[in-house]
Design a protein around this ligand. Structure first.
Ligand SMILES: Nc1ncnc2c1ncn2[C@@H]1O[C@H](COP(=O)(O)OP(=O)(O)OP(=O)(O)O)[C@@H](O)[C@H]1O
Ligand SMILES: [Mg+2]
Length: 430
């Protein structure tokens, strides 16, 4: 009988909590999505758990619903983590090559990456990922894979992503309450970048921006390697809040208005610039037609776009610009910006991004999955798609995977043992 591998992931976002179950055959390494469920978030603010009981309820609901759809039960999952507690830094590791003849083995590579991991961390912080950027063999720089090369001195330049222990502990508690093992915890922005960035963009250098509901995550790739990661505490929910305050409507109505700012193509076509009444018609949004009875009947599209949405988008991209400058990443990403996450669907986002950051920008939808993907082939689901791809990579190339996840078996610790939390945290080792 052919072996089917099941891969399940949960993305705990500020707007929605999503669970996806996929399967993979023995010979075919492509993933087939068989169960999808997304529920509005509860107990999560700015991508961090703020109410454990609410979060447990919402995760249980979405996990059970995905299980019902797939007709499968989940034993272990890969989950996402985000929030402003996520930080990154670059580090170096150095080891002597062990083989007398000087041939570098995968053991040497594992040791040098471990050495790069040995950085002093403030208390209550954990390393989430150690991602090699490149290696140096006897001072020769820029080596992608040193295995098989000759040398006596092996160095690694690595990118480290860290998170706060308290946040990781809360996540582990939620999952252990639900009774599923957590096989890996991945920074959500990293997962989104894996699902959206093309090889060419990665090689040239690009910034992946996941505009979520509560936060905006950045992953900067330079010369094919992840070089900076960060989270900014502003997201697309701030745009909804601004519309609600500006127009004095409910948050639900503001959300509907935000999603309907795209001018009707037909109106644009028939629009005669000299005909003032057609121009006025193109600028007006009839809220009653959108089913909003708590709002005024008509509002000016221009007033909402230019007066409310644009200033907030400007602010978000100014914060991103400041982060890129602070990290010394200015001018290193000629392939430009890859925008994803639900907030990338905001009207006018690419235009604002291009203007403020002075780079080309595209909106990216995750690709590379098959099966029941209709619901998840939008930018909102870049993180779950990336979580699936990373888990699949680890499953299919256990021995030489560049994304190796240590197995975590048994239930996650609920509260007492912080050290055990570290055991299930993923390291990316070559
Ligand atoms: N079609 C759309 N037009 C405009 N905005 C949209 C659209 N679809 C989703 N959004 C916005 O995207 C945001 C949610 O994005 P996403 O689902 O990526 O967030 P999340 O992953 O739950 O949150 P986070 O990553 O911040 O923890 C919401 O603010 C929502 O209003
Ligand atoms: Mg998200």
């Amino acid at each position: 009988m052919k072996k089917i591998t099941q891969i399940s992931v949960v993305d705990l976002g500020s707007s929605k909590i999503t669970c996806v179950i996929a399967t993979r055959g023995e010979e075919d390494t492509s993933l087939r999505v068989v169960g999808v469920s997304s529920v509005p978030s509860r107990g999560i603010r700015k991508s961090q758990i703020v109410d454990i009981e609410d979060a447990i309820e919402a995760v249980t609901e979405t996990v059970e619903s995905a299980e019902r759809m797939a007709g499968l039960s989940i034993k272990d999952v890969s989950i996402s983590v985000s929030g402003i507690h996520i930080e990154s830094q670059n580090s170096k590791g150095l080891v002597a090559v062990q083989d007398q003849g000087g041939e570098i083995t995968s053991d040497d590579v594992t040791r040098v990456v471990e050495a790069a991991r040995a950085v002093p961390l403030p208390t209550a912080r954990e390393i989430l990922h150690v991602i090699p950027r490149y290696f140096l063999v006897d001072n020769q720089e820029g080596i992608k894979d040193p295995v098989g090369m000759s040398g006596v001195r092996l160095e690694a330049e690595a990118h480290l992503i860290t998170g706060s222990s308290v946040n990781l502990k809360n996540l582990s508690r939620v999952m252990s309450e639900i009774g599923v093992d957590t096989r890996a915890v991945t920074f959500a922005g990293l997962a989104s970048s894996v699902a959206t960035l093309t090889d060419t963009e990665k090689e040239l250098g690009a910034v992946v921006i996941d505009l979520g509901g509560g936060t905006t995550s950045l992953c900067v790739y330079v010369d094919g390697a992840l070089s900076h990661s960060a989270v900014i505490p502003v997201g697309a929910k701030n745009i909804t809040n601004d519309i609600a305050i500006g127009l004095r409507v409910s948050l639900d109505s503001a959300e509907v208005i935000k999603r309907n700012l795209e001018p009707d193509e037909h109106i644009n076509k028939v629009l005669d610039p000299k005909n003032l009444s057609s121009k006025k018609q193109a600028d007006e949004i009839d809220l009653h037609k959108l089913g909003l009875k708590d709002a005024p009947r008509k509002i000016s599209r221009k007033a909402v776009v230019e007066g409310i949405v644009r200033p907030r988008l400007n602010e978000i991209f100014e914060l991103i610009k400041a982060e890129l400058i602070k990290a010394g990443m200015g001018g290193k990403t000629p392939a430009g910006l890859v925008l994803t996450g639900g907030g990338s669907l905001t009207y006018g986002v690419t235009e604002t991004a291009r203007k403020i950051l002075n780079m080309q920008a595209r909106i990216a939808t995750p690709s590379g999955l098959t099966g029941l993907i209709d619901e998840i082939k939008t930018p909102e689901y870049a993180t779950v798609a990336g979580l699936l791809m990373l888990s699949n990579k680890e499953e299919s190339t256990q021995s030489k995977s560049s994304f190796k996840l240590p197995k975590f078996s048994g239930k996650l610790p609920s509260s007492n043992s912080l050290k055990k939390v570290v055991d299930f945290i993923k390291s990316f080792l070559p």
